[in-house]
Design a protein around this ligand. Structure first.
Ligand code: GGG
Length: 358
């Protein structure tokens, strides 16, 4: 029987509540589809930072390296500056393991009400392909004249040809397997060096895919189109920052941050990939046990797909879709009164029912 070694980082806040539900559902899928999962927990979080001064140990990346995948909850909590927690854990993993694709599906599901009027299940179905290793998330810059009236901060955006080409190539390849349409998020009217370069690379890569429709919008009007015409999109490729912002907007448009999964992929499979919900640690609801676990569970389905367990991945997705479609149980973010565990258990219980159909 095939066994997969999974590193688990629950992290902070609701990460600790939704990850166990992800594990519950993936275990149910593993039992049904005859493979096994070995989970090793790493207690790396803001709490760890407050007691040790580090989000993860110095050799944290070496500890993660041998795993088949990483299953992450959420990072960040009041008391630790957000840039400290992010740059101490999440971003080093994404970079060291060349997880340069952050794939974020956006889908309006049966049973879920979009805040946009008259949008029905199936009408919104696209993927955001976020560049995940460079761009606006750079370490190039600095602070000068601290605590004086000349104080300044500089942060450089870094776009490389390799970085642009590989993420755009991924987007076009993905579109070929979907509806053959890639939209690029740009802002080359205002950002005069990096964004025209991004556009040039988009044009060059698009020429290699003559059968895929390619278009681009400035980020401002693109955001408006996410609200007015979300049905126009198939694959949206954006820089690190643009992709991040667009995916929160996309999640809101399809009903809840609690429904948005993501995969940080190293497509070459030289390193483990990492699977996490788009949402963060949500300190406002942490501890109440009402967080929606669907984004975490769906991220787990993406992990199974990446590991090659395609049928199990489909079964987990179908189980999620069924529970949402019948609207019982639902967490409060999507109109119900159920708790995190209730939803996790309901989805796990559906696995056997859907297994025969995938
Ligand atoms: N689910 C992981 C998490 O906590 N994400 C919150 C966050 O702010 N991430 C920043 C980013 O993806 O750039």
């Amino acid at each position: 029987m095939k066994n997969y070694k999974i590193a688990v980082i629950e992290g902070d806040g609701i990460g600790r509540e939704v990850v166990p539900e992800g594990i519950r559902v993936l275990e149910a899928a593993a039992r049904r589809f005859d493979f096994s999962l070995s989970w090793q927990h790493f207690n790396w979080s803001c709490e760890t930072y407050l007691s040790t001064g580090r989000m993860m140990p110095e050799d944290g990346l070496e500890q993660l390296r041998p795993f088949d995948a990483i299953f992450l909850g959420a990072v960040g909590y009041p008391g630790v500056p957000d840039h400290t927690s992010l740059w101490g854990l999440l971003i080093p993993i994404r970079r060291a393991f060349k997880q340069y694709v952050n794939l974020r599906p956006i889908r309006l599901l049966e049973g879920i009400k979009s805040p946009l009027s008259d949008r029905k299940a199936g009408e919104i179905d696209f993927c955001i392909v976020r560049e995940n290793n460079e761009g606006e998330y750079s370490e190039v810059g600095g602070r000068l004249h601290r605590n004086t009236d000349l104080e300044m901060a500089i942060q450089e955006t870094v776009f490389t040809r390799q970085g642009c080409d590989r993420i755009m190539t991924y987007a076009f390849e993905l579109a070929q397997a979907r509806k053959s349409h890639v939209t690029s998020a740009t802002k080359s009217n205002g950002i005069v060096f990096t964004m025209p370069f991004w556009d040039e690379r988009f044009s060059a890569i698009s020429k290699k895919y003559p059968l895929v429709k390619a278009d681009q919008y400035h980020i401002d009007i693109l955001s408006a189109h996410f609200v007015s015409h979300p049905d126009r999109f198939d694959v949206v490729v954006g820089s690190n920052l643009f992709g991040d912002i667009l995916s929160d907007l996309g999640a809101a448009v399809v009903g809840s941050m609690g429904l948005a999964p993501s995969a940080n992929l190293n497509p070459e499979r030289e390193f483990p990939s990492m699977f996490e919900p788009v949402h963060g640690s949500a300190p406002d609801i942490a501890g109440k046990k009402i967080a929606n676990p669907v984004a975490q569970i769906w991220s787990g389905a993406m992990m199974l797909d990446h590991l090659g367990e395609k049928k199990a991945a489909r079964a987990v997705e179908e189980a999620i879709f069924r529970v949402l479609a019948r609207r019982d149980p639902l967490t409060p973010d999507i109109g119900g009164k159920a708790g995190t565990e209730d939803m996790g258990k309901a989805i796990a219980a559906e696995i056997s029912a859907v297994a025969a159909k995938v």
